[in-house]
Design a protein around this ligand. Structure first.
Ligand SMILES: [Zn+2]
Length: 182
């Protein structure tokens, strides 16, 4: 169904609708492209036996930093993928404020990372799969219901959702299998 304004040529209306759809798909593809880069980071975590969560930060259509979960290797509870990427982005921009930056992470950020996202003024947060046990954007905390913060990022979830959740499920399934075998 093509919407067209009264008096507008149907063909022109159809073409402009097509252009809008094209723009929509380009945006969707772009988000999926960056999320697939975050997934690559998650795979790096899996290779060193960390819970496979990955993150990239994008500014002006360029990836400015990447990070994956390193909590075990660093023995550092703050070494989540998002914090790793935020630290690198701040270093790169020489600024703790990451205004106009978009963060892509495979799993909904935890409460700690949500705090860092707010503090760093990240503009948009895109995540793959929700984390019902600790997600700080919509699951355990619902950011939109928290009052009086000085910054609220835009939030969009469900980007490459299945790929993002499957890699974590697979990781824990392997863990359980190895435990039974060992
Ligand atoms: Zn976190």
């Amino acid at each position: 169904m093509v919407n067209y304004e009264p008096g507008q040529d149907r063909n022109v209306a159809a073409l402009s609708n097509l252009a809008m759809c094209d723009g929509f798909y380009k945006m969707k593809n772009l988000k999926e492209k960056y999320m697939s880069l975050a997934l690559q980071e998650a795979k790096k975590a899996a290779l060193i036996d960390e819970v496979p969560i990955g993150c990239v930060i994008v500014k002006d259509n360029k990836v400015i930093s990447r990070g994956f979960n390193k909590r075990e290797v660093k023995n550092d509870v703050t070494s989540h993928a998002e914090i790793e990427a935020i630290r690198k982005a701040s270093k790169k921009l020489n600024d703790w404020q990451l205004v106009d930056c978009d963060l892509y992470v495979t799993i909904e950020p935890c409460i700690m990372c949500t705090g860092a996202i707010i503090q760093s003024r990240i503009r948009n947060v895109y995540y793959g799969s929700e984390d019902p046990k600790g997600g700080g954007l919509v699951s355990s905390l619902n950011l939109s219901e928290i009052k009086n913060l000085n910054h609220y990022p835009n939030i969009e979830g469900g980007i490459l959702k299945d790929e993002c959740s499957n890699i974590v499920k697979q990781y824990f399934a392997n863990k359980r299998k190895n435990k039974t075998l060992g």
